[in-house]
Design a protein around this ligand. Sequence first.
Ligand SMILES: [Fe+2]
Ligand SMILES: [Fe+2]
Length: 236
Amino acid sequence: MAFNDGDLENLPEAGESARMSGTELWPFWTRVYAQGDPLPDLRCTVERPQYAFDEGEELPQEYRLLLMKMLRHEGERAGNKSFLGLMGTCLELAEAQAPTAEARVLKSEYVAEELKHAIMFHRLALGLDESFALQDVPYAHYAFHLPKETWADDAFFHFFIDLNGAFHARDWRDSSYIPLRKISRTVERDEFGHSEMGYYFYVRPLGFAQHAEIHQLGTEGGGKRGDSTKVQGLRR
Ligand SMILES: [Fe+2]
Ligand SMILES: [Fe+2]
């Protein structure tokens, strides 16, 4: 089954809720995406064979192994005990370090959204292999083991690592595995919002007005995350 751009725009967003958040800042991605796609254009510009595999279809063995390897390291699956442990530490940190009640609510919205991803990826993993869906994968990357002694440490973690997640999901817009392509837009947008949350927590002492102003500079002239030297300069 092939998708074109129009189809992708109309895909249902799994796990979405129409409920508004308890804080007007959440979700953070709405203001950024309202100004256009914030990520660099990573479209493939060379000719290459096009493949599309859907759930339940026979997959080439090497393809299946590489797909599962990638998903194993992504980690946000309901069947991954280590992922749920990581979410627990997020709540503990918020309980001990959140500077305001609002910050704690925002962090709980973040955890809720990561759990939404865990459900989405759990469904996807089940469609591939039941035993894979239940696999526990302790986080190997050092970024997950950096000390988080302050709220700022945690904010920095979200700013960088969730942005990394947004880039992963951005890449899946063109995935040959259709279930991954279907969830890519939602995950990308959410992860971008988590990075914005981290940034907001980090610059909070400046006040939200400056935060918005910096964003405006970053998006002037089509500036995007990853290529705006103006924003990078301000953020140093
Ligand atoms: Fe996530
Ligand atoms: Fe995230």
